[in-house]
Design a binder for this molecule. Sequence first.
Ligand SMILES: C[S@@+](CC[C@H](N)C(=O)[O-])C[C@H]1O[C@@H](n2cnc3c(N)ncnc32)[C@H](O)[C@@H]1O
Length: 317
Amino acid sequence: MMTVAGHVPVMLTEVLATLDPKPGEIYLDGTFGGGGYTRAILERAACTIWAIDRDPQAIARGAVLASAFPGRLHLLEGRFGELLALLESQGVDGLDGVVLDLGVSSFQIDDATRGFSFRADGPLDMRMGGSGPTAADLVARLSADELADLLFKFGEERQSRRIARAIVAARALQPITTTTQLAGIIRGVLPPDRSGIDPATRSFQALRIGVNEELVEIERALNQATRILRPRGRLVVVSFHSLEDRIVKHFMNDAAGQAPGPSRHDPRGLLPTELACFELVTRKALRPGPAEIAGNPRARSARLRALRRLADEEVAA
Ligand SMILES: C[S@@+](CC[C@H](N)C(=O)[O-])C[C@H]1O[C@@H](n2cnc3c(N)ncnc32)[C@H](O)[C@@H]1O
């Protein structure tokens, strides 16, 4: 299924099956994007959706969909890490389901002026929202050690120190302001390996995660989603790389009481206190089928995990 122009929703069949939308219920699509999930949910059941995106362009595009479903789709610009405050400001205090489709949309990647892609020349921006420091700001300001840590932590880049040194040397000669400039510097120190993956891939992922504080956002959103879910409400998350999936997996296992002993994954006390109120809908992550991967390469690394809040009588049983 193709939305307006560009973003093909990933694992849509599985999202609908695990979210299981019903008439009269209220859902949150925390990553509206091209509106692919939202449209399918609205078409599946006579429900209401609150949709969040931090990208003002995604929210503006959504107006067409909102007018096609009068009174049933409400768009909110903001971060999903602030979903509780965003929804409370609208008087929403309970949800029957939350869906998150992490990462960037094709609209964002394919627009060279957003600076997400090392395949196209554009400003080194990478902000999903309209504010805060850009990737160029990080590349200009961070020390060699800070850059190396960021590339290692958020890109799992084993050559992080070499790349950081090359960036610091290059920026002493000329400011690094474009995607092709940065990709060229990385390719200059890392020859292509046999995998065929561009050497700039991991560093671009790391910068994008850093610029948008993506991992902190996910932790906040998972925590807040479980607080606002009603009994029998579902939380469905589609992630695209191991850093995201690890957070989702540990959070859901802990929330469903699957972690051995006291939680090792919740040092900051992010989880709700009533731990056994949830059950895993997916024991193992669901993966897209071969037909979907063949038709949409972006789906290749997708993993879907889902959690369900138990009803009082189920907790007591
Ligand atoms: C993969 S796309 C979602 C695509 C959507 N499911 C569809 O079918 O069209 C992810 C979207 O989430 C948004 N996003 C990512 N992180 C966010 C955050 N922390 N808060 C709000 N929106 C976020 C991005 O701007 C992007 O538009």
